[in-house]
Write a protein that binds this ligand. Structure first.
Ligand SMILES: [Zn+2]
Length: 239
C-alpha cells in the first residue's frame, strides 16, 4: 500500500488500545483486510470516533509508517441503518465477519467477497427469513471457495453420482458427500440433506450472487443453512 491511501472500507472490528486509541480492522475492495490504529478516538470529543462505528462503510485515509498503519481523516459513507435496527440481520452480518477474520489474512485481495458483503449488509434487512438464510449461506460458501476450503460438492465420494435421487450425507470434516445408500453407517444425522436441499446448496455454491433469488421454503432453507454452518465450522478449524 502507498504511504497514504484513501479507501472505501467496511468497519468490521474494533479493539481498545491504551487510554484513547483503537485498533480498527477494515475490509476494503483493493487491499482486503487492513488493520490500522485510530489515535485518540476514544477521547471526547473526537471528530473521527463517531465515524468508526462497526458495520458501517467509511471513506478513510490510511497512513503507513514504519511503526504501523494509522487512521487519518474518516467519514461515514453508509450507516446501514436498516441492518443496525434488525437483530437477526445483524447477527448474520456478524457471523460472516467472524468467518472472514478467521479465514483470511490482512492484505489478501478479495474483491468479490467485498462486493458480496456490501450487498448482504444492504439486502439482509429487506429479505424474507428463508432468503436471509440462503444469502448468508452463499456468503460463507464464497469465502470457503476463496480460502481454498470448499468441500467437494460435484459428485458422491463413493459412486460418483452427480445427481442424487435421495438423501445425501455430508461429511464436513472430510469435505465430501455421499448418497445415503453409499454411506456404510446410514446415520440419521444433522449432516443429511434431501436431494432438493442438496440441489439448493450446490446451486448457491456455484452461483452465490443468485442466492436471494431462489424460491425456497423455510423448511428447505433451514437445513441448507445448518449444513453450511457446519461446513464453515470445519473450514475455520482447518484454516
Ligand atoms: Zn453414491
Amino acid at each position: 500500500m502507498p504511504l497514504s491511501t484513501k479507501v472505501r472500507a467496511l468497519v468490521i472490528s474494533r479493539k481498545k488500545i491504551g487510554e484513547a486509541d483503537r485498533l480498527v480492522t477494515f475490509f476494503t475492495k483493493e487491499h482486503g483486510l487492513v488493520r490500522a490504529i485510530a489515535k485518540g478516538v476514544r477521547k471526547i470529543p473526537s471528530s473521527r470516533g463517531g465515524h468508526l462505528e462497526l458495520f458501517t462503510s467509511v471513506h478513510v485515509l490510511l497512513h503507513e509508517s514504519k511503526a504501523g498503519s494509522y487512521v487519518g481523516a474518516v467519514e461515514t459513507e453508509e450507516y446501514f441503518q436498516a441492518l443496525h435496527a434488525d437483530s437477526d440481520a445483524l447477527d448474520r452480518a456478524k457471523r460472516a465477519v467472524y468467518a472472514l477474520l478467521k479465514l483470511f489474512d490482512v492484505n489478501q485481495q478479495l474483491p468479490e467477497v467485498f462486493d458480496a458483503f456490501t450487498y448482504a449488509w444492504q439486502q439482509f434487512p429487506t429479505l424474507s427469513p428463508e432468503k436471509r438464510r440462503l444469502l448468508e449461506s452463499s456468503l460463507h460458501l464464497r469465502m470457503m471457495q476463496f480460502a481454498g476450503l470448499m468441500p467437494e460438492l460435484h459428485a458422491c465420494a463413493e459412486c460418483g453420482s452427480q445427481r442424487p435421487a435421495d438423501t445425501v450425507i455430508l461429511s464436513p470434516k472430510d469435505g465430501w458427500w455421499k448418497c445415503l445408500l453409499c454411506h456404510p453407517l446410514l446415520p440419521v444425522s444433522s449432516h443429511s440433506l434431501s436431494a432438493r436441499q442438496f440441489a439448493i446448496l450446490k446451486y448457491i455454491a456455484a452461483k452465490p450472487s443468485d442466492a436471494s433469488r431462489i424460491a425456497a421454503q423455510e423448511q428447505e432453507a433451514i437445513p441448507v443453512e445448518r449444513a453450511v454452518h457446519l461446513l464453515m465450522a470445519h473450514a475455520v478449524v482447518q484454516s
